[in-house]
Ligand binder design. Structure first.
Ligand SMILES: [Zn+2]
Length: 493
């Protein structure tokens, strides 16, 4: 199993540049094609049908599942679940709020659910199953039936199995209310299983600050029995007046869970950037956090970041704004170096592809929040970004790109780079204030893994009595040693 996962992983990585290099052309299929060799040859015709419709990634309109002119006889199959028949979007059942247990995918079966999102709400929709008993997938579509994405990102690479767990969740947002989405449950390669369907609503509104928008601090931090836990960063909504189609995901759906304050901050900074810089293309959001508040990768026993660095839903990796036509997750040095150490070479000062004005402006808006602890970037890029921030602060009043003096000051006090910050030639790392030890990232449960120790400021000593590194300027969660880095490299999509 591990060998296959690793193999698939390298296929995905090899093609990631192609895929992510074509943003806007939703649904590249290279990953599917490359991984098709692993598809079981023993699929039944019904399963093949499911697989084929799944692989029409860009144009996976609902007719592919049987509600169009090409509808196959018997497309509406009757299964055992109480919500059947719901095997095509036209007859998709309304997804009930709360938990619905004992649903099932039988041989050749698939279930469609319709999700209507109320105003100012993020709907968290997902399935839970015992994956070992049958590998079920959850795939998300918009109201027109266009594929929004799967567990694996913007595509639905049917044969890519490197990331399967017992849960699969997405976030859907509606600013005005009434936005319609569809989710589709299907068994991989003929798999059958029972599952539970979850639908939860989280109040959400865009704004500059979370508490300023009326949420309690616990709600903003997504913790404690008084808080509502981490929320899934929702798919962008093109009809959204604040952001439109401002971002996309270059990460697995398992790793898109965030504090409400993080979702608000990133969306606000993006909205401001788009106002100041018309024509800004969508920005790729990378790893955030698992639903349980743990750093991405622990759910499959394969951590993608140093331990605890993405705990608590307050950390996110974000691609750079770039000059090459797409703001995707890629190394931006363009210096011809191998980057084995995880840094741009000095040559990159002249060859990098960072769109510096947009990048500095966006970071200034992230720094504008007092909740922002630090933003990590590359050693060679950091001074260039800082110098650009200086230029933006010097623009005449009234220029939308102008940043404030206090925002500029943060490029000296809260910009992190250098040793301890490798791999940020590929993305920036935004880190909000850590929560105190023992805080919960979800409704009252204790943090299950790698709970950070209390904040260690200047002067803290380690077990030998030597000074601890000053954590306020490091990537690690409090208590982590600098040499504990074991980041998966290259980063997975
Ligand atoms: Zn990170």
């Amino acid at each position: 199993m591990i060998a296959r996962r690793e193999w698939s992983y390298f296929v995905v990585m090899a093609l990631a540049a192609v895929t992510y290099g074509c943003q806007g052309e939703q649904g590249e299929t290279e990953i599917d094609d490359a991984a098709d060799s692993t598809t079981s040859e023993a699929e039944s015709s019904a399963d093949t049908e499911s697989g084929e419709s799944a692989e029409v990634t860009g144009e996976a309109v609902l007719s592919a599942a049987g509600d169009g002119p090409s509808e196959a006889p018997g497309a509406l199959r009757v299964g055992r679940g109480d919500l059947e028949p719901n095997d095509a979007s036209a007859t998709a059942q309304q997804a009930p709020l709360g938990v619905t247990n004992n649903l099932s995918i039988t041989k050749g079966d698939e279930d469609w659910y319709r999700v209507v999102v109320p105003a100012r709400t993020v709907a968290r929709v997902g399935i839970q199953m015992n994956n070992a008993a049958g590998d079920l997938d959850l795939v998300a579509y918009d109201a027109q039936g266009h594929l929004l994405g799967s567990r694996n990102g913007a595509e639905y690479p049917y044969t890519w199995r490197g990331q399967e767990t017992n849960t699969e969740f997405y976030g859907f947002y509606s600013e005005e209310g009434g936005a319609v989405y569809y989710v589709r449950v299907l068994g991989h390669a003929g798999a059958t299983n029972t599952y539970s369907l979850y639908v939860d609503h989280y109040t959400y509104v865009d704004g500059q600050t979370c508490t300023g928008a009326g949420f309690s601090l616990a709600d903003c931090e997504g913790r404690g029995s008084g808080g509502s836990g981490l929320i899934p960063f929702p798919f962008p909504d093109p009809s959204d007046s604040v952001l439109g189609n401002a971002y996309n995901f270059a990460s697995y759906s398992n790793y898109r869970f965030a504090r409400r304050e993080l979702v608000m901050l990133v969306r606000h900074a993006l909205a401001e950037t788009r106002k100041a810089f018309p024509g800004t293309k969508p920005l790729s959001l990378i790893d955030i956090c698992q639903m349980d508040g743990v750093t991405p990768g622990y759910d499959i026993g394969d951590p993608r970041h140093p331990q605890s660095t993405h705990d608590q839903g307050g950390n996110i990796d974000i691609a750079y704004f770039q000059t090459d036509g797409s703001n995707d997750a890629e190394i931006v040095c363009n210096d011809g170096a191998s980057h084995a150490d995880g840094y741009c070479s000095s040559t990159a000062a002249k060859t990098h592809i960072v769109d510096l004005p947009r990048q500095a402006f966006f970071m200034a808006k992230l720094f504008a929040s007092p909740r922002t602890r630090v933003i990590g970037t590359d050693t060679v890029l950091a001074p260039l970004i800082r110098a650009t921030a200086q230029s933006l602060a010097s623009l005449p009043a009234g220029d939308r790109r102008r940043i404030s003096q206090s925002e500029l000051n943060s490029f000296s006090s809260r910009l992190a780079y250098g040793s301890g910050w490798p791999y940020h030639h590929h993305h920036i790392h935004l880190s909000l204030q850590w929560l105190p030890q023992g805080s919960s990232a979800r409704g009252g449960d204790p943090m299950p893994l790698s709970a950070p120790a209390p904040f260690l400021g200047p002067g803290a000593k380690d077990a030998e009595g030597d000074p601890k590194p000053q954590m306020s300027n490091s990537m690690q969660a409090p208590g982590e040693a600098v040499d504990s880095f074991d980041m998966t490299w290259p980063p997975r999509p």
